[in-house]
Design a protein around this ligand. Structure first.
Ligand code: CDP
Length: 806
């Protein structure tokens, strides 16, 4: 080796592998307007579909007259439930085991429900036609309050299920009841409460909110009558699942369905399930023999496609008087709207809600969730959340503050006393989840030191004294949280969707010149997968990340996968990628041994090459081995260098974080100013720190929106009063606070590269942190819990209730 020979470290750096802040390769096209979204798909002879929708929250549909709509110039056809019945598609199955009307069949059950689908030569003609569909309604009593859904005289939401005492998830206790689901040990928990010195109980509501991807849901369906084949372009987070479910519903053989998710502009759970727009476009294409495009408007997206949360959690904690938690129990009403179209692993009707014991060492815990029907849009998706984890984290983190307040303890000290200790991992929670790894005290200590926690509390004390003396009208609040997530659905023993086990996949082909392509069953919606999967391969195979193309979203070319949501891409497909690399590397090692005329075991790996142990001058680089794989393989070995891996993870991964937020609140206007927000995340081994930071900035911004202003609100008549961005708060760069990010790195012991997911974490941890900060500001005045969202009006009202306005 001479002085000019690059060292191993220099060679590793050049690969831009794991740990490198590699620039996002997809941004080259996105920042130049060269992305290819569904709306960019234009096919010859393409038609456009538009819905006529219900103005009412609950009504009987007495008559639909499509004569005037059909007469609009350019209108080609109008579909109603009657048309769909001829192909047995008036109703469709949901991911949660329920059925959902595709078009109103005798009833409408929520405002803006799809009633008729007008197909025309242009989007404008379709919209004009939709306006002219005449529908005669008879209004019915409305219920939008989940807490009243199971009252004896509550309006019947689902006539079709009225007499059924069994649902997809067991016994139903009322005609508006969907399921009961419980976890934990009730008897042990009740016993813990019986011996506790201190208990708290609070109704903690996580309001209905919406993922709001910048690009709404849309599709182009093109049915080729000659070949009997359907091509479906769409904004799908899980293209293979859409293909399988599409085949089961339409009876088109699965190999004759081609699903393509091109670039997708944000998903956040909104684009996991199937919507009436997809079914109607497919039927319309079959009926007309032409491609049909459906593009959802913003109002349609906010008011009809999958919402998130709407969990009403009655939470209790029991503790000793010196602040050791003994037990927790939670009774929750989950509002699923008019159809149970919640996106969950099938066995978990309330998702992974039983992570609700959070980061704390609860000896006993129990939760019970009842799902109910109301006159609201269906959904209940994992909005930047792994199946109800966000609701769980919000609930436990608010409850821990309420308990600390009752005990007269500092919320950080109370947490420190109860956090699961490093030596307890792998830790089995009272709900039976096995947390893979963690170092919670280090994370919270680092966070507290970074913000100068003690000083902040001292400042707060001074301000509170000044407030009491009437010298200021401003309150200071400090929010502290420690969250634990459960991501990476999932181990197939725990998770499936409609019987399809939740694994994921990667197929890697290395070409003769040492570049290659990796195809996956996941689908990026902005997370930067084209950049980061290539980094895993770069480190694993010693090939530059720039040499690897990453391709997702085409069901004809990608191996079968369950898609991207719930931060599962890194824990599952990231693992599949590493495992596929290792298969390739094992073959490359045999080729190297043959070429170097040594035994396989005499070789060792060095960044980008195999070298002979004790004789490092003798080596073969991965690029040389790729070339050899196509012309110089050992006798009896197949040529080529490729592998596919279907990875069924042995466990979930459990990322965690410690967040601290400081707010200043003007009690006279209710204005909440976020002075500081510090987020420390631990997602195990970090693939791309810059992308992680971007994910955290985005998730915190969404958390800020949810905590400070978002609610999909219905009035008593079932009208959605927040169906546009004029009424629904979407933070822009103007409102969004500055974020300080930090990290610790505790690898997952069971993941091949030690990585955990990260995309959801800031949303999971951010919301309770903001809410705790606002609540903390008022706590010294005796307030225990102010419900989200903390907009000016609600904050002002909270101050008013405390008599602060004189
Ligand atoms: O499933 P989804 O892509 O939404 O979430 P994720 O697996 O948490 O990954 C989000 C982005 O962060 C991807 O580009 C990952 O490669 C990246 N990431 C990372 O760089 N290091 C980690 N330990 C986890 C995620």
């Amino acid at each position: 080796m001479n002085d000019m020979t690059p060292t191993s470290a220099e060679r590793a750096e050049k690969l831009e592998g794991m740990g490198c802040k590699r620039k996002r390769v997809e941004d080259i096209r996105f920042t130049q307007g060269k992305g290819n979204y569904v709306d960019d798909v234009k096919m010859p002879n393409m038609l456009y579909g538009e819905f006529n929708r219900s103005p009412y929250g609950h009504a009987r549909v007495k008559k639909i007259d499509t004569t005037k709509a059909a007469a609009v110039p350019g209108v080609v056809a109008v579909l109603t439930a009657e048309t769909l019945k001829t192909v047995n598609l008036a109703w469709m199955p949901t991911l949660a085991g329920d059925v959902q009307m595709v078009l109103a069949d005798g009833y409408v059950l929520f405002q803006n429900q799809e009633v008729a689908f007008v197909i025309a030569e242009s989007r404008e003609a379709a919209a004009d036609g939709a306006d002219l569909v005449e529908v005669e309604y008879e209004q019915l009593p409305v219920n939008v309050d989940p807490l009243k859904a199971m009252a004896p005289n509550a309006p019947v939401i689902r006539e079709d299920l009225k007499g059924k005492t069994e649902g997809a998830h067991g016994k139903r206790k009322h005609y508006n009841h969907i399921f009961s689901w419980q976890a934990g040990d009730k008897a042990a928990t009740d016993a813990a409460f019986a011996k506790a010195d201190v208990t708290i109980k609070e109704l903690i509501v996580y309001p209905r909110c919406h993922p709001c991807p910048l690009e709404t849901c849309q599709c182009v369906a093109s049915f080729d009558k000659i070949k009997g084949e359907l091509t479906l372009y769409g904004t799908f987070q899980a293209p293979h699942v859409i293909r399988t479910v599409g085949s089961l519903i339409s009876k088109i053989p699965e190999h004759k369905i081609h699903v393509i998710s091109p670039d997708v502009g944000g998903g956040f759970g909104n684009k996991v399930g199937a919507y009436p727009g997809y079914i109607c476009s497919i039927v319309a294409s079959i009926v007309t023999g032409r491609p049909v495009k459906w593009t959802e408007s913003r109002i349609d997206n906010l008011s009809t496609t999958a919402f998130a949360r709407d969990f009403h959690m009655d939470m209790e904690i029991a503790a000793t008087k010196d602040g050791k938690v003994l037990g927790m129990r939670c009774y929750t009403i989950a509002d699923h709207g008019a159809f149970d179209a919640c996106a969950n692993a099938t066995k978990w009707p309330a998702g992974l809600f039983s992570i609700i014991s959070g980061s704390y060492d609860f000896p006993a815990a129990y939760c019970l969730v009842d799902g109910v029907y109301t006159n609201k849009a269906p959904g209940g998706v994992a909005y930047r959340c792994s199946f109800r984890v966000t609701e769980a984290a919000y609930c436990i983190e608010r409850a821990m503050d309420i308990m600390a307040q009752k005990l007269g303890m500092d919320p950080a000290d109370f947490r420190m006393k109860n956090l699961i200790r490093r030596e307890q991992f792998p830790y089995t929670s009272a709900f039976g989840w096995q947390y893979d790894s963690g170092d919670y005290h280090t994370a919270l200590n680092k966070a507290m030191e970074a913000v100068g926690y003690k000083k902040l509390r001292a400042e707060q004390k001074q301000k509170r004294d000044a407030f009491k003396r009437g010298e200021t009208r401003e309150l200071m609040g400090i929010g502290v949280i420690h969250f634990t997530e459960i991501v990476g659905a999932g181990p197939s023993r725990a998770c499936d969707i409609l019987g399809i086990a939740m694994f994921d996949s990667a197929e890697i082909r290395i070409h003769p010149t040492g570049s290659g392509i990796c195809r996956l069953g996941t689908k990026s919606q902005g997370q930067g997968h084209e950049t980061t999967y290539a980094q895993i391969i770069a480190t694993e195979l010693g090939l530059p990340a720039d040499n690897i193309t990453v391709e997702e979203g085409n069901t004809d070319t990608a191996p079968y996968g369950l898609g991207t949501y719930g931060s599962r891409s890194t824990p599952v497909s990231g693992a599949a990628t590493a495992m596929a690399c290792r298969k390739i590397k094992a073959k490359a090692q045999m080729i190297a041994a043959y070429m170097l005329e040594v035994h396989d075991d005499d070789l060792e790996w060095d960044v980008d090459r195999f070298r002979v142990k004790g004789n490092p001058e003798r080596s073969k680089t991965m690029t040389e081995l790729a070339w050899a794989a196509y012309h110089e393989v050992p006798p009896g070995m197949e040529p080529g260098l490729e592998a596919v891996d279907y990875y069924d993870p042995p466990n979930f991964t459990f990322p965690f974080g410690a967040y601290i937020c400081v707010v200043d609140i003007d009690v006279d206007t209710g204005t909440v100013k976020v002075r500081r927000f510090y987020a420390l995340d631990d997602c195990g081994r970090r693939i791309n720190p810059m992308i992680i930071e971007g994910q955290i900035h985005g998730g915190l911004t969404e958390a800020f929106g949810i905590a400070m202003g978002q609610e999909i609100h219905y009035d008593e008549e079932g009208n959605v009063t927040t169906a546009s961005f004029l009424d629904y708060f979407l933070p822009t760069a103007v409102e969004t606070p500055h974020w300080e990010t930090d990290w610790t790195e505790t690898p997952s012991p069971h993941h091949p590269i030690g990585a955990k997911g990260v995309g959801e974490s800031p949303n999971v941890g951010g919301v309770p942190c903001f809410s705790n900060a606002v609540n903390d500001a008022f706590a010294f005045l005796g307030s225990t819990h102010i419900q989200m969202p903390h907009d000016n009006w609600r904050t002002w009202t909270a101050a008013e209730k405390l008599g602060l306005h004189g």
